[in-house]
Write a protein that binds this ligand. Structure first.
Ligand code: C2O
Ligand code: CU
Length: 548
């Protein structure tokens, strides 16, 4: 349906309340439920799945150093809301199990492995059926890491794309005393914004494709029906659960916690002045001043003079000063083509670019108080020392394989198995606790992938052309790398790897410099385009105890 733009106000997600305590710590019980929710004024209510019955789920407000427990209770119906392709991992997923499989991952959480939401630690309603990696009902989040914009979302093997698309995602904001002392905009002037794309039927229901389009190689009759699709691009931008919304602000500074919670889509964002009557964009709006990324604050604020890029799963913590724009309307503009840097042409009818995301109305009342100065130093981000590296891993991103039905597979590989391994091949990444490693992601496929590691936050060392580095022949020469962008510094857990490039990141497994924790066990690393993640672009890694 053709929806009128800019009729609904951007809602603020609710805030979760603990239902009691457990071992002296707050205990949350957050129930996944099917509910009807109004996504747009003119659309009948949409059936979604929400944590606590809300899409997006309620924000968990956590404090550094104060652990919490969460029971992510599954109270979903017996049948999936969306068509399931039962050929995906059908050797390791019991598709005939009654009920809907769910498991929740705290994305960016430095978490014990039993509470990490392993893709095979799924469970159905009331824990009636559980997956092979299921260990406990109450997840423990120690919250011993820098304050950051984290988020939680479903992670069950083979159906993560459907569960997240149905609505199972929310914010988890970790705060600290130090962060509060910085004088950043807070309270009503701090707004979490999750960008997602969806498609709707005229009756309001969510549409998720079940056939591969011809352009995506779908003419092959042997594909299962329903079939997983290579990527998903919706035709409607949805911000905090509202389609084509608008946000009212005062002429002052705001702090936005931006999250790309889309299945596949990239965003490159910028504010423009906007004339609503003509629909014309004008000059530049206020710039983003980035103060943090996935894993916490940057050491210093960075003004983004071009566009802010967000791959699936990535966060940006930004301050925007609207004081010069009193009385104006601004457009949050996205110019990322749906197929980001490579892949199919964006003229493909099935693949929709979404240039217009949200309007911002800046009031002209209120006193346009001078924007408070941001501190020059936000926090200390100690560099992980390169001379402490214990191991280097060359990890490939490949697009060359197909599955039993002729569908393209993106596989992750190693130096020895460059063409890639499937998810159930034995673990090949086994750092020891206390080790520092360089992971070099070499993208041999034709499109960008946002690569994510659970458990840890890494630091970006730089990028180079794939032809310039082969670990069999070359030593890694850090001086030869293109340096990270200022906003790629600090702690990250998702990094975009473009086609034909190698991106090197340095990561420490375990506590260091008073940050993060010693955790051992098995975690996942994967592409965060969820259609890729579900279709084998995901691998386990295991942190081994040091005495092993
Ligand atoms: Cu946000 Cu393994 O994911
Ligand atoms: Cu990918």
């Amino acid at each position: 349906p053709e929806l009128e733009k800019w009729v609904d106000e951007v809602p603020r997600p609710g805030v979760a309340e603990p239902s009691g305590t457990k071992d002296g710590h707050p205990h949350y019980e957050i129930e996944m439920r099917e509910v009807e929710q109004k996504v747009h004024r003119d659309l009948p209510a949409t059936t979604v799945w929400g944590y606590d019955g809300q899409f997006p789920g309620p924000t968990i407000e956590a404090e550094q150093g104060e652990p919490i427990y969460v029971r992510w209770a599954n109270d979903l119906p017996d049948e999936h809301l969306l068509p399931e392709d039962t050929t995906i991992h059908d050797d390791i997923i019991p598709y005939d199990t009654p009920g809907v499989r769910t498991v929740t991952h705290l994305h960016g959480g430095n978490v014990e492995s039993e509470s990490d939401g392993h893709a095979q630690a799924w469970y159905t309603r009331d824990f009636q059926e559980t997956g092979p990696e299921f260990e406990k009902k109450d997840y423990y989040y120690v919250n011993d890491q820098p304050p950051a914009t984290l988020w939680y979302h479903d992670h069950s093997l083979g159906i993560t794309r459907l569960n997240v698309y149905a609505g199972l995602a929310g914010f988890y904001l970790l705060r600290s005393e130090h962060e509060r002392s910085l004088g950043l905009p807070e309270g009503e002037y701090e707004i979490p914004l999750v960008f997602q794309d969806r498609s709707f039927e005229a009756d309001g229901s969510l549409f998720y494709p079940t056939e591969i389009s011809d352009e995506q190689g779908g003419s092959d009759e042997s594909h299962p029906d329903p079939s997983i699709v290579p990527q998903f691009y919706g035709d409607t931008p949805v911000v905090n659960g509202k389609a084509w919304p608008r946000l009212s602000v005062e002429p002052r500074s705001y702090r936005f916690r931006l999250l790309n919670g889309s299945n596949s889509r990239y965003y490159t964002l910028k504010f423009h002045q906007y004339d609503e009557s003509s629909g014309e964009t004008g000059g530049d709006g206020p710039s983003f001043v980035q103060i943090g990324n996935d894993g916490g604050l940057l050491s210093a604020p960075v003004e983004i003079d071009d566009r802010l890029e967000l791959g699936a799963g990535q966060r940006a913590d930004v301050v925007v000063d609207f004081s010069e724009y009193a009385g104006e309307t601004l457009l949050l503009h996205n110019d990322a083509p749906a197929q980001y840097r490579g892949g199919m042409s964006s003229s493909d009818d099935d693949i929709v670019s979404l240039p217009e995301i949200m309007l911002v109305d800046v009031s002209d009342d209120g006193d346009s108080a001078d924007a408070p100065e941001l501190p020059d130093e936000l926090t200390r981000v100690p560099d992980i020392p390169v001379d402490s590296v214990d191991n280097e891993r060359y990890l490939t991103l490949n697009g060359g394989a197909t599955d039993d039905y002729g569908r393209q597979l993106f596989l992750l590989g190693t130096e020895a198995e460059r063409d890639g391994l499937k998810i159930d091949a034995p673990v090949t990444e086994e750092p020891a606790l206390g080790d520092t490693e360089i992971w070099s992601f070499a993208n041999r496929s034709a499109m960008s992938h946002p690569m994510h590691l659970h458990l840890v936050h890494f630091q970006m060392l730089g990028r180079q052309s794939i032809g310039d580095y082969d670990p069999d022949e070359d030593d890694l020469d850090l001086d030869a790398l293109k340096a990270p962008e200022p906003y790629e510094r600090g702690w990250n857990d998702v990094i975009t790897v473009d086609p034909g490039e190698v991106v090197h990141v340095i990561v420490h497994f375990g506590e260091h410099d008073g940050l993060f924790n010693d955790q051992t066990g098995t975690y996942m690393w994967h592409c965060h385009m969820i259609e890729h993640e579900d279709h084998d672009m995901m691998r386990p890694f295991t942190v081994l105890p040091t005495d092993n």
